[in-house]
Design a binder for this molecule. Structure first.
Ligand SMILES: NC(=O)c1ccc[n+]([C@@H]2O[C@H](COP(=O)([O-])OP(=O)(O)OC[C@H]3O[C@@H](n4cnc5c(N)ncnc54)[C@H](OP(=O)(O)O)[C@@H]3O)[C@@H](O)[C@H]2O)c1
Length: 250
């Protein structure tokens, strides 16, 4: 049995759970990081408990994350060599910056930027030990077009892409490859959102899709194909990039 493993954050999210199932079907060992719920992954986790370990943690809590991850890695003896960081918090407040609550703003930055720092710092330890690692961070095309009424999310996504660029330069010497994937609107199940946030997204997406040359949102498969390549053995030279998946919209 192989002992490499993929760490996926946001593993119960829309994109994260799709990726987790795909890599489960491909026979990989998985460490799935979830936050509050596991309803999207519960079934296949149960059916593959020898190959899938779940860690429930708030990514903004560095010590807890470090301890829980170390425990799983020690118990399994796995050597993680890929990280897919999809976890994200969104502000459901939908407010102009001028009207935003400083605490809510800080919470999004905390989950998204400090959370990104924390997962990178904890996993890099293992990648560096093995001089081998590939990382895909999830940004968003809002890093280049902004997102009126959600500046904290927009700022965090631009920050993540720049962490990726910088880390790629820092860790190339350790054979660690880092890229950011920045999709435009993705077709997701939005059942988890509040009614007002769902309306906001619906309006936003309707307007954005009008401008997308391919006239549709991205599917999970559109995104998976690129990430799978970036994380594969075939990619030994593409690093530090931010890839926009936007159906032709510049
Ligand atoms: N969906 C889109 O249209 C779209 C477009 C562009 C870019 N993206 C990016 O693509 C990625 C995946 O998006 P998605 O639609 O799959 O998002 P999603 O369904 O909202 O999933 C995000 C996941 O992150 C988890 N999370 C939130 N805060 C966390 C924390 N503090 N610690 C640990 N986990 C936390 C959430 O868990 P809980 O629910 O339990 O809190 C959730 O499972 C994100 O990075 C997003 O920014 C998405």
């Amino acid at each position: 049995m192989k002992n490499s493993a993929i760490i996926i954050t946001g593993a119960n999210g829309n994109v994260g759970s799709y990726f987790a199932k795909k890599y489960c079907d491909l026979g990989e060992n998985l460490i799935l990081i979830i936050h509050t719920s596991d309803h999207r992954i519960k079934k296949f986790v149960k059916d593959n408990s020898d190959r899938i370990k779940v860690v429930q943690v708030d990514l903004s809590d560095y010590l807890n994350l470090k301890t829980k991850l170390a425990k799983v890695i020690t118990e399994t003896g796995w050597k993680p060599d890929r990280l897919i960081h999809t976890a994200t918090a969104r502000s459901h407040a939908i407010k102009l910056l001028a009207d935003s609550d400083p605490e809510l703003w800080k919470n999004i930055i905390n989950a998204n930027l400090i959370g990104t720092f924390n997962i990178l710092k904890t996993t890099l330890k293992y990648f560096k030990e093995n001089k081998n690692g590939k990382i895909v961070l999830f940004g968003s095309n809002v890093s280049r077009i902004g997102l009126p009424k959600d500046t904290a999310y927009a700022a965090s996504k631009a920050g993540i892409a720049n962490i990726g660029r910088t880390l790629a330069a820092e860790e190339a010497v350790n054979n660690i490859i880092v890229n950011t994937v920045s999709p435009g609107p993705i077709k997701i199940d939005d059942g988890q959102f509040t009614e007002s946030y769902r309306k906001f997204r619906e309006e936003y997406y309707k307007e954005k899709v009008r401008d997308i040359p391919l006239k549709r949102c991205a599917s999970f498969q559109d995104i998976f194909g690129l990430c799978e390549f970036l994380l594969s053995k075939d990619n030994s030279y593409i690093t530090g990039e931010e890839f926009f998946i936007t159906g032709g919209k510049i």
